[in-house]
Design a protein around this ligand. Structure first.
Ligand SMILES: *[C@@H]1O[C@H](CO)[C@@H](O)[C@H](O)[C@H]1NC(C)=O
Ligand SMILES: *[C@@H]1O[C@H](CO)[C@@H](O)[C@H](O)[C@H]1NC(C)=O
Ligand SMILES: *[C@@H]1O[C@H](CO)[C@@H](O)[C@H](O)[C@H]1NC(C)=O
Ligand SMILES: *[C@@H]1O[C@H](CO)[C@@H](O)[C@H](O)[C@H]1NC(C)=O
Ligand SMILES: *[C@@H]1O[C@H](CO)[C@@H](O)[C@H](O)[C@H]1NC(C)=O
Ligand SMILES: *[C@@H]1O[C@H](CO)[C@@H](O)[C@H](O)[C@H]1NC(C)=O
Length: 545
């Protein structure tokens, strides 16, 4: 196995070399950029329908190449000329073209990147510094909701907003426990875990995946039964793109009441935000599973003054009525001051709008309209909190936020409830019992021309210093991180277990990471599905380490 790996990497290197030489030579003579003819003629040899090829395959010479690439670059910091683009974009409409693309990419030494929604924080689903073919699943996004069985089959390119919309067209008493960003594509999302407003009642999205249509490295289409439980375990939280290509997931839909209650309120430091947050971090992770309460923390100026404060926005969603929510909060968290006036009973589909920052009266069709949903332009890091942050720690964090130029914020989700019912090894996603909070720390570059302006660089440095400042207050050994908020700063080394554990154990913890490595060695021994921070293949079997 070692020998063939070596051979294939030498072969690959030679291919890149000859490819780039001929590319450079040709384009300087002809002043054109030739398409990757090797890949295209391979595809043509499998299809005699040239119309179909020209509709679904794009190279840099095609007018629609760039727009097709750009449309789902969800983090706009990657929208710049210097970002490496694919050699070929394939937008398959059926599984046959996925299979042919896999075969031709392997044959001609391209890496393959799969993009379902394009939310991958490091852009790894649509950029690479090696020649690669990008499979964009936008055209494979059917959603088939089976109300009687409480299940849905969703193709990889479907976005979460469309899944919720499709469910809501059939019933208001089922939903799916996933995130609130409507444009996130389900293909990659479920493969990394996935959390949302129903996590305290029903667990992560991956906990509610019950079957799959999946293409392995040999082009075989597998399901849960034919792939086996270990393989099926790996792709629900282990970072699915390390293992193959998701075509569709089968989801278990969960019961929800016809109306849920939502509320939002702000508290500043002057209004006791610190003490409220101190209490929040122990009360909410232990409260009734029907209640979820996200917080967002901002450092900002007070009105028109030059004095800063911290504002915490508490956003609640309760699987029940106002009449049952109020007594619960009065008993457990009266200081928060939630009143009937700020509560609203809405359909679950409307609660998704509210948590996306829209009024509950916004048309739900907006969840289907990808161009109506703002893109991100930011850098993000994640943390998990397992012991309550003391008041003086909170004050330090707030001071840090106030140093920032209002480009930074925290987004915090309390855990507990159902999340703690699963063992850390149930699926690869390990952030379970004992986690009080998941914290996302972010800076945005919305007002900057790029993420490399002096101001942007200052913001990134600020984010790093916030990360350092929080070290004493967050999980340790490992300091846990969320793989769906992938962060290459954590490291990319993968020559051996020791190197890879630096980032791998943060995403999955040791037992799960080792199991993922063993499964990877079986199902993709030549490491075709690779990219920075993919589950590695070592030349020495893990048991020898
Ligand atoms: C070829 O593909 C096009 C576009 O996908 C389709 O409309 C047409 O029916 C196909 N032709 C044949 C002969 O299959
Ligand atoms: C795109 O370019 C390829 C060659 O790279 C060509 O065969 C194909 O017809 C073009 N398609 C369109 C839609 O322009
Ligand atoms: C549930 O799914 C099975 C298999 O897809 C199907 O045969 C059956 O009709 C469904 N049950 C109901 C009540 O719709
Ligand atoms: C919270 O504060 C922000 C910023 O001042 C404001 O836009 C928002 O409307 C406030 N929300 C509520 C419910 O008061
Ligand atoms: C804040 O400042 C702006 C511009 O200087 C002014 O138009 C506005 O009236 C001020 N608002 C308040 C509440 O003082
Ligand atoms: C989608 O949103 C965009 C931007 O807000 C808008 O221009 C467009 O009309 C919307 N499309 C539909 C079908 O609603």
């Amino acid at each position: 196995m070692k020998k063939s790996q070596l051979n294939s990497s030498v072969f690959f290197f030679v291919l890149i070399l000859s490819f780039s030489v001929s590319w450079a030579a040709l384009s300087s003579i002809l002043d054109v950029t030739p398409g990757p003819e090797d890949f295209l003629s391979c595809i043509r040899s499998y299809s005699n329908n040239l119309t179909s090829i020209s509709e679904h395959i794009f190279t840099s010479g095609n007018a629609s190449f760039l727009p097709t690439w750009q449309v789902h670059v969800q983090n706009t910091k990657f929208l710049k000329p210097s970002t490496p683009k694919p050699s070929v974009i394939v937008t398959p409409v059926d599984e046959t073209l996925v299979q042919t693309s896999l075969h031709c990419a392997k044959k001609h030494g391209y890496e393959l990147r799969m993009r379902s929604g394009g939310h991958d924080y490091e852009g790894l689903s649509y950029t690479a510094d090696v020649p690669f073919v990008m499979l964009d699943f936008t055209k494979m996004r059917s959603i088939d909701v089976d109300v009687a069985n409480s299940t849905a089959w969703v193709q990889a390119g479907a976005a979460l907003g469309a899944v919720y919309y499709a469910i809501s067209q059939k019933t208001d008493t089922l939903y799916f426990p996933a995130g609130v960003c409507p444009t996130v594509g389900v293909g990659g999302y479920m493969g990394g875990g996935g959390y949302g407003n129903l996590l305290r009642k029903y667990g992560s999205a991956a906990d509610n995946v019950i079957d799959v249509r999946f293409m392995d490295v040999n082009g075989n289409i597998l399901n849960r039964k034919t792939m086996g439980e270990d393989f099926f375990w790996a792709i629900r939280g282990g970072g699915v793109s390390s293992f193959g290509i998701v075509l569709a997931w089968k989801l278990r839909l969960v019961p929800v009441p016809e109306k849920v209650t939502v509320f939002i309120l702000n508290k500043t430091l002057e209004q006791g935000a610190t003490e409220l947050f101190y209490k929040y971090q122990t009360v909410i992770p232990a409260i009734d599973r029907n209640l979820h309460m996200r917080t967002q923390v901002f450092g900002e100026y007070i009105g028109n003054t030059t004095k800063k404060t911290v504002r915490i926005m508490f956003e609640g969603i309760y699987q029940g009525t106002i009449n049952t929510l109020l007594p619960l909060l009065n008993k457990k968290f009266p200081e928060l001051g939630v009143t009937r006036e700020i509560c609203e009973e809405v359909r679950s589909i409307q609660s998704t709008l509210v948590f996306w920052g829209l009024p509950s009266s916004a048309p739900i069709e907006i969840l289907l309209n990808r161009s109506a949903i703002a893109k991100l332009n930011d850098k993000t890091k994640s943390d998990y909190v397992r012991t309550p942050i003391p008041i003086n720690g909170l004050r330090k964090i707030w001071r840090k936020l106030m140093e920032n130029d209002e480009s930074g914020q925290l987004m915090i989700n309390p855990f507990g409830g159902r999340m703690a019912d699963f063992s850390e090894t149930e699926i690869p996603y390990p952030h379970r019992a004992g986690v009080l909070l998941q914290i996302l720390k972010t800076v945005n570059f919305q007002d900057q021309t790029s993420d490399t302006t002096p101001t942007s660089l200052k913001r990134i440095a600020w984010l790093q210093s916030l990360d350092e400042l929080m070290t004493p207050y967050v999980s340790k050994n490992p300091r846990e991180a969320y793989v769906n908020y992938n962060d290459l700063d954590l490291g990319v080394g993968n020559a051996n277990y020791k190197e890879a554990s630096v980032w791998g154990e943060r995403y999955w913890k040791r037992d799960n990471f080792k199991k993922l490595i063993r499964i990877k060695a079986k199902v993709d021994p030549l490491n075709f599905f690779r990219r920075p921070q993919s589950v590695p293949v070592f030349s020495t079997p893990l048991s020898d380490i």
